[in-house]
Design a binder for this molecule. Structure first.
Ligand code: PXL
Length: 276
């Protein structure tokens, strides 16, 4: 069996089912070797928790990367999520330039915003720096808020196909190649993911569930990268990841005490089955 090695760079939020605590199990379950580079260690994620601890690992990242380089370690894909600082974005760009194998896929989830707002620790400087990484990758996985911050196209809660086309045009003008925009909803009952690949638009529509949970962007991106690295096309990986994320939300929505993340673990067999 083809066995791919993926490096994922994002934080460890010890409690909260997001970033690395989601990416490592999901990627492993899809059957890829998963190497992690933690950007920071937090006691919880920053969405809805107060007084969380934050250990910045910026100083360790170049040392870890230098060690890997000296050992001849390289990667078939590099997948980035939440990064702790502007400096880390530049470190990731260096890692991409030194540790990616020829033909490696660089997948960037510019995890920095949702529902029209930046996450708590980020500002305009971070957005500007993220443009360098996100517009120069192979596949970008933004939600509408992130695409809007990156392109300057205004954020809208209700919109039509022309708005998404305008977003894609602006992304491509800035250098994007392949983009999957998540949470694209053209009516009240459904939502979906809009894919732009080789200049062609496609759309995978699925049910919209009546709850919003934290960490679903990370579940989505991890499942996408796993499916893609196991040989699925961009569109099929985007659809599988969407169905898996919906199944995870469905598995969590009856529990009002569990909105900090989704119960993604019991649904892993479904993802594995879809990737076979
Ligand atoms: O799920 C994205 C994410 C990852 N890591 C941290 C976060 C968030 C979203 O708020 O706070 C630390």
């Amino acid at each position: 069996m083809d066995y791919k090695r993926v490096l994922t760079i994002q934080d460890i939020s010890c409690f909260g089912q997001c970033s690395l605590t989601v990416a490592l199990p999901i990627l492993s379950a899809t059957g890829v070797e998963t190497v992690i580079l933690p950007s920071a260690v937090l006691s919880t994620h920053t969405g809805g928790f107060k007084n969380f601890t934050f250990r910045d690992l910026t100083d360790d990242i170049p040392k870890i990367a230098a060690h890997w380089k000296s050992e001849g370690i390289s990667f078939d894909a590099i997948y980035t999520g939440y990064l702790g600082s502007v400096q880390q974005i530049n470190q990731v760009i260096d890692i991409k330039n030194t540790l990616a194998r020829p033909g490696a896929a660089v997948v960037v989830d510019p995890a920095m915003a949702d529902n029209g707002k930046l996450y708590g620790l980020f500002n305009d400087e971070y957005v500007n720096e993220m443009k360098k990484l996100a517009f120069d990758c192979d596949i970008m996985l933004p939600n509408i808020t992130e695409a809007s911050f990156l392109t300057g196209v205004e954020y809208k809660e209700t919109y039509d196909r022309a708005y998404i086309d305008r977003m894609f045009d602006a992304l491509v003008k800035n250098g994007s190649k392949t983009v999957v925009i998540t949470g694209v909803s053209y009516n009240e009952k459904t939502t979906g993911v809009a894919v732009l690949e080789n200049g062609e638009y496609s759309y995978y529509e699925h049910r919209k569930l009546p709850v919003s949970s934290h960490g679903t962007g990370d579940v989505y991106a991890s499942a996408f990268v796993g499916a893609y690295m196991r040989g699925k096309s961009v569109f099929d990986a985007a659809a599988i990841a969407a169905d898996y994320t919906v199944a995870c939300i469905e598995n969590t929505m009856d529990d009002d005490t569990h909105r900090y993340g989704v119960k993604f673990e019991p649904v892993l067999p479904y993802l594995i089955e879809r990737i076979k």
